[in-house]
Design a protein around this ligand. Structure first.
Ligand SMILES: [Zn+2]
Length: 642
């Protein structure tokens, strides 16, 4: 009750044009946006009043803005070049390009600075890229000082590409307004828009008045605080949200809107689910709603209560595949497929994943440009756990026509293909290619955390995740901060683990390289060479030799389960440092099988087919690791291993 009252008050102040610190996050920015959608020209005419607080200890002589839509301005932008546009012979038609133009910019109550705005290219020096601009200020903003600027701009929306644009009368309006970077460590962190990267911005208050033709259904970040019909046949919807760092919206006359209240007692959650489903996809609405409920419940129970009053799910129009699966604060787009059979759980997975970004990047505001695993990897880990909980670990990805595949084997395919060139932790645009970025940052990072969970135990890992969320929500943590939390909560030194799994491209692969047994020969030797007690006795004992090998570069302590013919079992431990280690047994019975990582904890191991061997009819052969689909899958995984 109290918090709601504070928020209401805060909203009132912001709407009155003031800036306050409050809410859950420190309000470093405050955006008052106005936008008018003009479908006839595919443009948004916009204005913003932006107030920025210099929350650092250093004076800021300039501001830096993201002008992301310029990534789609021509085929010379860094985004398009990285996408291979220079090699493409099929250019987009002229009307499909986008861009953003700053029409005027002034410091509130001061001079016009429009002509001072200068495009810069801090990442790659590509003079044709116009996705970042600097604004030298007449006077620096001192530490603790504030500045307010008023900007008028026009955003030309591209035909849907990478999270933004239009198709027909469907509009996804993301990355559409001049947005400040993050001022930290004495400078601006404001990267160009790259093909493989997302975003980074500061928390604050966002208010937007969105004017569209009256027939359009609108969804947006935050809560709708008012709507009005205008005499010119348009409607204006006003949305407001604090504690967020971005604002996106959508408009389409073909949406059907569904609203549903979601309430949870422990922890306390009370939010309104708003589903905007394209009329061509109404059959999938219930699946979206169910998965969204599961997502809110899972993340709230696992990490902390979902604190926002709304969550809006957008189902993109047919053909708008590039608009699907994208997250913004309290607002995300689902998978854009028109029909997916029940049992192929892609819509569920995407819904849970994109909702989950409200936690990883939405509230825990890590830098998506520089350390993308902190949002995508942690979110993939969370999404796998949610999918396995609600749909069953053996069928969480596919349960269709007798085919069952859990999400873990599905993601392991990616790890095996993640290559040997890039570690998980790297600037997003510095990966050797988009596949290496995606496989490392999503799947490999997710499975790294699942491996860590199996190493620490589930309750400790749950404590790590909850503490990380609690400590870093509404702030900007780095990988170092995550590792520190993991070490503090577990009480263990984990540097060796993260140095290898996060910062090195090395592969994890252990296996049984040899397993054989033989009868020990009777004592033999020259006269007098045999010690007395052994003379004339056949040993009748069997020697078994188990050789465990490290095929990859990554070093990880190993457990080995050795099973004898009579059913006896021995668990061996090896620090895994050398290239191989041999275990020798002299017993009445021989070893029947040996297996490394018998509990399947090491999900980063790129080849499970070599993990075990069994002696059959006197010879050692690869063990049957499973039956049916699992075996087929492991065969496939093994085939895919480099
Ligand atoms: Zn994601």
């Amino acid at each position: 009750m109290k918090k709601a009252a504070v928020r209401g008050l805060l909203a009132a102040f912001v709407l009155a044009g003031s800036v306050l610190e409050g809410g859950l996050a420190k309000a470093v920015v405050s955006y008052d946006l106005k936008a008018r959608l003009r479908p006839e020209t595919r443009t948004v005419e916009g204005s913003e009043t932006l107030t920025w607080l210099n929350d650092s200890g250093t004076a800021a002589p300039e501001l830096r803005f993201h002008l992301y839509l310029n990534a789609f301005r021509n085929n010379r932008s860094t985004f398009m070049v990285e996408r291979g546009a220079l090699a493409s012979t099929s250019a987009r038609p002229a009307e499909d390009w986008g861009g953003i133009e700053v029409k005027s910019l002034r410091v509130a109550g001061g001079q016009d600075l429009t002509s001072a705005l200068e495009f810069i290219q801090p990442d790659d020096g590509n003079a044709d890229d116009r996705t970042v601009a600097r604004l030298p200020l007449p006077a620096p903003v001192p530490p603790g000082g504030r500045i307010t600027v008023e900007i008028e701009f026009a955003s030309r929306l591209p035909k849907v590409i990478a999270r933004s644009g239009y198709i027909g009368e469907f509009y996804l309006v993301g990355q559409w307004f001049p947005k400040l970077g993050v001022f930290r460590d004495g400078g601006w962190n404001c990267h160009q828009y790259h093909a493989s990267s997302e975003f980074f911005a500061d928390f604050g208050l966002f208010k937007a008045e969105l004017t569209v033709p009256a027939a359009y259904v609108v969804g947006a970040t935050g809560k709708r605080v008012s709507e009005r019909a205008n005499p010119d046949g348009t409607k204006t919807y006003t949305h407001y949200q604090d504690d967020v760092h971005d604002f996106a919206w959508t408009a389409c006359p073909d949406f059907r809107e569904f609203r549903e209240r979601f309430v949870l007692d422990d922890p306390k959650v009370d939010t309104e689910m708003i589903l905007l489903v394209h009329r061509a996809h109404l059959g999938i609405k219930d699946r979206y709603a169910r998965a969204l409920r599961q997502g809110i419940e899972f993340y709230s129970r696992s990490y902390g209560a979902y604190p926002f009053p709304t969550i809006t799910l957008v189902d993109p129009a047919p053909g708008a595949v590039d608009a699907g699966g994208m997250e913004y604060p309290t607002f995300f787009t689902a998978d854009a497929a028109s029909y997916v059979p029940v049992g192929i759980r892609m819509p569920e997975m995407v819904t849970i994943h994109e909702f989950g970004h409200n936690y990883w990047y939405g509230m825990v505001g890590s830098n998506e440009f520089e350390e993308a695993w902190l949002d995508e990897g942690i979110n993939t880990y969370s999404e796998i756990k949610a999918m396995d909980r609600y749909y069953g670990g053996d069928r969480s990805m596919i349960d269709w026509g007798g085919l069952r595949i859990g999400e873990i084997p599905y993601q392991r395919l990616s790890v095996i293909g993640s290559g040997r060139f890039d570690p998980i932790l790297k600037y997003s645009w510095d990966f050797i290619g988009p596949a290496s970025y995606a496989l490392n940052v999503y799947a490999k990072a997710g499975l790294m955390l699942l491996t860590l969970e199996r190493m620490l135990g589930e309750p400790i890992m749950a404590g790590v995740m909850r503490t990380y969320f609690e400590t870093w929500k509404f702030r900007h943590p780095t990988s170092r901060d995550f590792i520190r939390v993991a070490e503090d909560v577990s009480g263990r030194d984990l540097g060796w683990f993260f140095d290898q799994a996060l910062s090195s491209p090395d592969k994890l692969d252990y296996g049984i390289s040899d397993l054989h047994a033989y009868e020990i020969a009777p004592p033999a030797g020259g006269p007098g060479a045999i010690p007395g007690p052994l003379e004339g006795k056949a040993s009748r004992r069997l020697r078994s030799e188990v050789t465990v090998a490290r095929y990859g570069e990554m070093i990880f302590p190993q457990e080995i389960l050795v099973t004898f013919e009579n059913g006896d079992k021995v668990r061996e431990f090896w620090d895994g440092r050398d290239r191989w280690k041999r275990f020798v047994y002299d017993r009445e019975v021989r070893v029947r099988s040996a297996e490394v990582d018998p509990d399947h904890r090491l999900l980063l191991d790129v080849n499970w087919l070599n993990n075990s061997r069994v002696i059959e009819a006197g010879s050692a052969a690869p063990a049957k690791f499973g039956t049916g689909l699992l075996k087929w899958f492991q065969g496939l995984l093994s085939f895919l291993a480099p």
